[in-house]
Structures are given as C-alpha cells and as structure tokens.
Design a protein around this ligand. Structure first.
Ligand SMILES: [Zn+2]
Length: 261
C-alpha cells in the first residue's frame, strides 16, 4: 500500500508522549507520509528541532509562540526566541502556531500583549518568507474573523487556519483570500466541519490531528495516524475517492510549506 496521508499539525514533543515518543513516531511512519510538529515556546522549539533532525524528511517543524505562552515570557525572552527562530530558518517550514486565544486569555492587558506579539510574529514570518500556522480560538467565529482581519492588514500572503472551528461561510471567505483551512480529527463529531470539508475548494484544504489533543476515538491521547479519519470524511463529504483527497492534500502541503516530498 502506498502511504500518502499527512498530519500538518501535531505536538510530538508534548509530555503525553514522554514514555513512548519513538514508538509513536515509528508507528506513524507506517501510515503517514510526513507530519508537522509545532513548537509552542522556546524549550519546546528546541525539542521539536531535535525530533526533526532525528527523523529527517518525516518530521517537519513550525516554530511559534502559542498565545497561551505569551504572558509567561518577557519582551527580552521573546526577542531572543525570535532570533533563535531566524537562526534556524532553514530547519523549519513555517511560523506557528501563533494567534489569539480568548478561551484562556481573558485579562485585557494580557489580551493587548497577546495581539502585539501575534503581530510581531507575523512580521517575523514575512521577514523570513515563511507561511504562518494560525491558532484562533474564542467564542464562535470572533477570534477567526479578527485573525483574518489582522493577517490581511499585515499583508500576510501564506497562512493556514489550523483546527478550523468557524462557520462554512467564513471558511469560504478565507479561501477567497487565498489562505488554507486545516480540518482536525474532531471532524468526526462536527457537523459544521463536515460542511466546510464539502464546500471549500479542495485546493485549499489541509488535514491535521492536533495530537495529543482532539482524539477521535475513546482513547484520550490522539496520535498522527488518526488523521486518516479526516481524509475519510473529506472523501465522504465530497463524494470522491480517498486517493483523490490524498493527492490534492499532498499538493497543498507542498505548495504552502514549500516542501517537496
Ligand atoms: Zn496545536
């Protein structure tokens, strides 16, 4: 069997894999073509780069500062981290995840800084000519709409809305602007994600697990191979062969992250 599926967003560095990380990656290699692990803060970033080095051509990396990690870092630490990212530009395929999180960040001062740092990282992405992986979480579609406005204002050309939870109409609007939408394994339980899978151009669709989160099974911990659930759902919704979805998504992946598989 030819292996063609891709997980564009997971966190293989997280503590949930501490006991069996290598086994998880070896198991993933049997089913997937490649995965992208996203570093969310400086220590995690170092770890992500190590994993990519150990599994060259299979584990790709994006580095960013997740909005929930902004408050714990000083401006100087963030500046140094951005330098670290610039120094490692050749080892990464994108900037992210970065964005807005109104689910966890409620304090107005912290919100202001979260936005400033988000914009700073968008600037870094443009400077390094890398695509952005966006984390936009809030009530309803608010954070997504705001994030879209910010990237348009900042003139960011290459971005993917990771774990898209907004309405299908908003997904269409995002695609009209030329950005990508990534659907996670939780699509199995989401009517709205199924509609998105059906309605947006397949040329702008990507697939992810956000593992260790969003497990589609009874197990608490998600793993990259569960991304197959997203492919199956896309094929079902669009009435196409899974093989067609695999080919399209591989092309989208290569296009967005400038990687040749
Ligand atoms: Zn994530």
């Amino acid at each position: 069997m030819v292996i063609e599926i891709i997980d564009i967003h997971c966190h293989l560095t997280f503590k949930e894999y501490e006991a069996d990380r290598e086994q998880v990656i070896e198991d993933a290699k049997k089913v997937l073509k490649c995965v992208v692990t996203s570093g969310v803060e400086p220590e995690d970033a170092r770890h992500a780069l190590e994993l990519a080095e150990m599994h060259e051509g299979f584990v790709f990396v994006t580095l960013g500062l997740h909005p929930i990690h902004v408050a714990e870092r000083t401006d100087q630490e963030i500046g140094e981290y951005e330098e670290f990212i610039s120094d490692n530009k050749r080892k990464i395929v994108g900037i992210g995840e970065v964005g807005l999180d109104y689910h966890w960040i409620r304090d107005p001062l912290k919100i202001r800084r979260m936005k400033e740092i988000f914009e700073e990282f968008l600037g870094l992405a443009k400077e390094l000519d890398l695509p952005v992986v966006l984390h936009l979480r809030g009530t309803g579609s608010d954070a997504i709409e705001e994030g879209l406005k910010i990237i348009l204002d900042e003139d960011v050309r290459e971005a993917v809305f990771h774990c898209f939870t907004g309405k299908p109409q908003l997904a269409e609007q995002i695609c009209e602007e030329g950005y990508y939408i990534s659907l996670p394994t939780s699509i199995a339980k989401s009517k709205s994600m199924k509609k998105v899978a059906k309605r947006i151009p397949i040329s702008q669709l990507l697939t992810e697990t956000d593992a260790p989160y969003l497990s589609p099974t009874e197990e608490e911990r998600n793993v990259p191979q569960h991304v197959s659930v997203v492919y199956e759902e896309i094929a079902r919704q669009r009435k196409i062969d899974v093989q067609v979805a695999e080919d399209e998504i591989e092309r989208n992946f290569e296009q967005l992250f400038a990687v040749e598989l």
